[in-house]
Design a protein around this ligand. Structure first.
Ligand SMILES: NC(=O)c1ccc[n+]([C@@H]2O[C@H](COP(=O)([O-])OP(=O)(O)OC[C@H]3O[C@@H](n4cnc5c(N)ncnc54)[C@H](O)[C@@H]3O)[C@@H](O)[C@H]2O)c1
Ligand SMILES: O=C(O)C(=O)C[C@@H](O)[C@H](O)[C@H](O)COP(=O)(O)O
Ligand SMILES: [Zn+2]
Length: 358
């Protein structure tokens, strides 16, 4: 399989390397001058982290493995504080580096540890989930959750490189895999409709790492993300489009105490955003139908409990796109035509929710 190299621009450009068996590229992404590497990895992925450590040791780095809790449980302030203590014990200086190995939760944590340690050290991310490869590890958003809301504490800290070894995907449980597919479908709706065609042609294949279009789907989604974050790293405007579906999604994740898969929440959130746009007269009904159809074809959810609305509405207020008390949504004015809906009336918000409620 060929190797794809996608450049993310900006003040500190870096490469996203995508391919099967590309671990050997890691030292090149880390660069010179680094002596000690803190290898922050999902505790359940020791089998994947071990060869990563071996490649680094062979290249002459001093490697210290730091396992963290599996999945979303890693994105907690106590886990982050534990990493800071380990970095102090290892005597990590600004010429040392962090390598994060795991899904989006692990790379969000590892990235924030790198952003906050000594006010910023180098991080290279090795995502091991579909979601991590196409979204979380790319673009420099790092952070943790607090009980009040998702990703409320964090920093923009672009990595020095991202290594996507597609062979790591084969052990992924299906539900976690399709959670990543939701973010790929998001990229399809906001920017690259060819993604939707690929998924619709073969939803089963798209839902599996051994599907015929895995590399193309990953590459297309990474290109969408790379282009957007190159233009607007700190989310002054354009980058908000990557948040399509996330206003409701983050409220669902918070309500579920972060035990609900991110991509599943984003799938429901995209249908909600599409219903909002339709009710506001900005999106035709067949485009809303297309949301439901492509997401359900892959096994993703498109509805959530009716009784949850008051709590979800309250949590949505704290969304990062809000300005003052004004809620702001990313909506579509058509395929690949993202716009904003500012301060929609309460009746519209609730009417759209009734359409996704079960
Ligand atoms: N920073 C960003 O721009 C950004 C973008 C999108 C999502 N995110 C964040 O990413 C997180 C979700 O990421 P995720 O979906 O990767 O979830 P995750 O990191 O929680 O991983 C999902 C599950 O898969 C397991 N796992 C990971 N790799 C595996 C592998 N190769 N084989 C078998 N099991 C494996 C993990 O242990 C976990 O149980 C959320 O916290 C979300 O907010 C961040
Ligand atoms: O990279 C971005 O920008 C995104 O919004 C991508 C999202 O898929 C991702 O879930 C992100 O972490 C959400 O960011 P937040 O700022 O809403 O917490
Ligand atoms: Zn997301």
């Amino acid at each position: 399989m060929s190797v794809r190299r996608i450049r993310v621009g900006g003040a500190d450009p870096y490469d996203v390397v995508i391919g099967a068996g590309v671990l050997g590229e890691l030292p090149g992404l880390l660069g010179g001058g680094v002596r000690t590497v803190a290898l922050v990895h999902d505790r359940g992925l020791a089998e994947i982290a071990r060869p990563v450590g071996a490649v680094l040791e062979e290249a002459g780095y001093r490697v210290h493995a730091l396992p963290v809790p599996e999945g979303e449980a890693a994105k907690e302030v106590g886990v982050l504080a534990g990493l800071w203590s380990e970095f102090a014990r290892l005597g990590m200086t600004r010429s040392d580096a962090i390598v994060g190995v795991g899904g989006g939760a692990t790379t969000d944590l590892a990235g924030f540890a790198a952003a906050s340690w000594l006010r910023g050290v180098r991080a290279v991310l090795v995502p091991t989930t579909l979601l991590g490869m196409v979204d979380a590890a790319v673009g420099g958003k790092t952070g943790i959750n607090i009980p009040e809301g998702k990703n409320l504490v964090g920093a923009f800290h672009p990595p020095a490189g991202v290594l996507c070894d597609l062979t790591t995907l084969v052990t992924m449980p299906r539900e976690d895999y399709i959670s990543g597919l939701a973010e790929i479908i998001k990229a399809g709706f906001i920017a690259d409709p060819a993604i939707l065609d690929l998924v619709e042609d073969d939803p089963e294949g798209a839902a599996s790492p051994s599907g015929p279009h895995t590399l193309e789907l990953v590459e297309r989604a990474v290109r969408v993300k790379a282009e957007v974050v190159t233009a607007d790293l700190k989310e002054a405007g354009l980058r908000e489009i990557l948040n399509y579906g996330h206003t409701l999604a983050h409220a669902i994740e918070t309500a579920e105490d972060y035990r609900f898969r991110h991509g599943h929440a984003v799938a429901i959130g995209m249908v909600y955003a599409a219903e909002l746009a339709a009710l506001a007269g900005r999106l035709p009904a067949d485009a809303v139908d297309r949301h439901r159809a492509v997401l359900t074809a892959t096994g993703l959810p498109v509805s959530y409990g009716a009784e949850a609305w008051p709590a979800l509405r309250a949590t949505m207020t704290i969304d990062k796109k809000s300005r003052g008390s004004t809620l702001r949504f990313v909506v579509l004015d058509g395929l690949a035509k993202p716009g904003r809906l500012e301060g929609p009336p309460e009746e519209l918000l609730e009417a759209a929710y009734k359409k996704v409620a079960r």
